[in-house]
Design a protein around this ligand. Structure first.
Ligand SMILES: Cc1cc2nc3c(=O)[nH]c(=O)nc-3n(C[C@H](O)[C@H](O)[C@H](O)COP(=O)(O)OP(=O)(O)OC[C@H]3O[C@@H](n4cnc5c(N)ncnc54)[C@H](O)[C@@H]3O)c2cc1C
Length: 416
């Protein structure tokens, strides 16, 4: 069923009784051309681009819970392409371009909203670093503007500009950045993939791999064995667990990241703002709640909930930037499992095990990457060659030393 103003009107006149399910609920078949493990944003996007761009439709997406139950439905929805390093900038800019055409491509309202992402700076050194990043972005054809203090004040008058420790000096703005409705992204990709014949199989946990002569030829699941010519892993926070089933040890640690939503308020900030002197970022949802987050919990965990010390840390940073928040009530918070790679950048590559493909290491920036990740992973699976803009995301860079360390902090997940 195609969604349009006409279909909405027709359904309205018929009492909305004619809407069909957004995707089917098929039983798993014995064999597929491609099995994708993980029904998050990246797995679903990969299925969509394999089917729509490469004509491969004998695909199953196996999800241990329900579609969108992982990080794709838990993140703070920020999309941007304000990266510095050559390995990253073209990839994230491809993602931004795919976001800009996503709703037409999927025929689904993902609420992509380019309201701007503003990174605040609080010292001369930070301004210089942001100017350098902005210049690198502009050289790569990405929009960036360096704002001074008064320009920022005009956008957000209620921040604490004269905070004695962290005075706001200005900000780096990417106007094309913004937010997208996270679970609608999962549903949109799922619906588009399903409409091309992809089987989306929920409540189907992969529990092992079927190996023949060192090659992965299928998966063991909670709903029986499934054979596949190619097997693609896109399990985000569970990457190290699933890779271990195939005998691989990845340069990835799993940590929890929490998100927070306040009570509904009148419109206060247009876009996304990040505090440059602590880990805190905030935007406002269409329902009026302030959506914000900060640092990862600093211990390894596979639990989808976080702990009190980080809540306190996030609230302290919030108060340092925006003292008025002290009067706002926090309504909800939750956690997701981050696949923190050792240089803070992702992996889109063939795995050392023949027949297995790897998409992992998204840290806490993988939502914005969803379209390009699916696009480039589909290219790799279909052609056997890395897509040019994702060619740097190789697994062997951790052995060769060709790291893509955007923040320059080395193998310290808590600092990425
Ligand atoms: C609180 C929070 C805030 C964030 N904010 C942002 C942000 O603002 N911007 C941004 O760009 N990124 C953000 N992120 C990061 C982003 O959400 C993730 O990097 C991205 O969603 C990961 O890719 P995914 O959507 O495919 O993951 P997921 O949705 O986690 O998909 C992986 C799926 O694999 C499934 N799975 C795992 N093991 C198995 C198995 N054995 N068998 C079958 N299925 C399995 C899981 O159930 C899960 O559904 C945030 C994350 C969190 C938690």
């Amino acid at each position: 069923m195609r969604y349009s103003a006409l279909s909405l009107l027709t359904q309205a006149l018929r009492g909305h009784k004619g809407w069909t399910p957004v995707w089917r609920d098929p039983a798993p078949k014995a064999e597929y051309d491609v099995v994708i493990i993980g029904g998050g944003g990246h797995g679903l996007a990969t299925a969509h681009y394999l089917a729509s761009r490469h004509g491969i439709t004998k695909i199953a997406v196996l999800e241990k819970g329900y579609l969108g139950s992982g990080n794709v439905g838990r993140n703070t929805t920020i999309i941007r392409s304000n990266y510095l390093l050559p390995g990253n900038t073209p990839f994230y800019e491809l993602s931004m371009k795919l976001w800009e055409g996503l709703e037409q491509d999927l025929n689904y309202n993902a609420m992509v909203s380019q309201r701007g992402v503003l990174n605040l700076y609080h010292s001369d050194a930070q301004r210089d670093a942001f100017a350098r990043r902005g210049n690198a972005m502009r050289l790569a054809g990405v929009d960036a503007e360096l704002l001074d203090r008064e320009q920022v004040r005009a956008m957000a008058p209620f921040f604490d500009y004269d905070n004695a420790r962290f005075p706001i000096q200005g900000g780096l703005l990417q106007k094309r950045g913004g937010t997208a409705r996270h679970d609608a992204v999962a549903w949109g990709y799922a619906r588009a993939a399903d409409s091309r014949g992809v089987d989306l199989i929920q409540n189907c946990e992969v529990t092992g791999f079927t190996m023949v002569d060192g090659r992965a030829v299928g998966v063991e699941t909670s709903r029986g064995p499934i054979r596949a010519k190619k097997i693609a892993m896109a399990v985000a926070g569970n990457s190290s667990r699933v890779a271990a089933m195939a005998g691989m040890r990845l340069p990835i640690e799993s940590h929890v990241l929490q998100a927070f939503v306040s009570e509904g308020l009148k419109p206060m900030i247009d876009g996304v703002v990040t505090f440059g002197a602590g880990h805190f970022y905030v935007s406002q949802s269409d329902k009026g709640g302030l959506v914000f987050g900060g640092d990862i919990d600093g211990y390894n965990s596979y639990a989808q909930r976080g702990n009190l010390p980080v809540i306190e840390d996030v609230m302290e940073s919030a108060m340092a930037l925006w003292p008025g928040l002290g009067r706002v009530r926090m309504l909800r918070h939750w956690g997701g499992i981050m696949d923190m790679s050792m240089d803070g950048s992702p992996i889109i590559d063939r795995a050392p095990v023949e027949g297995l493909y790897l998409n992992a290491g998204w840290c806490y920036g993988g939502f914005k990457a969803t379209p390009a990740s699916g696009f480039c992973f589909a290219h790799l699976i279909a052609t056997g060659e890395p897509h040019p803009v994702a060619a740097a995301y190789r697994l062997d860079r951790f052995a060769s030393g060709r790291l893509i360390d955007e923040k320059g902090v080395g193998a310290q997940p808590n600092l990425h």
